[in-house]
Design a protein around this ligand. Structure first.
Ligand SMILES: [Zn+2]
Ligand SMILES: [Zn+2]
Length: 81
């Protein structure tokens, strides 16, 4: 089982917003949010969520991030070590 370097404080999450290139704010593992994230993620993100549930969740940690400028939530896949 992998270990997420971002969850473990070994790596910064430094992805940038695709709209304005602001550094995204990491809100931690999506799994920790349970159903709550569902309410405000766009539909594409829910699809993405479904797509990653099976294969990829074993090796990749899904983080919920938001852009402080656009106020837009998205998901980032962190490759686990
Ligand atoms: Zn993580
Ligand atoms: Zn932005």
């Amino acid at each position: 089982m992998g270990m997420c370097p971002v969850c473990n404080g070994l790596n910064e999450l430094n992805d940038t917003c695709k709209h304005c290139h602001t550094i995204l704010i990491d809100h931690g593992r999506m799994m920790d949010f349970g159903e709550k994230y569902d309410a405000y993620l766009p539909i594409e993100m829910k699809k993405l969520d479904n797509g990653i549930k099976d294969d990829q969740k074993e090796e990749q940690c899904v983080h919920l991030v938001t852009c402080p400028t656009c106020d837009e939530a998205s998901l980032v896949l962190i490759q686990e070590w």
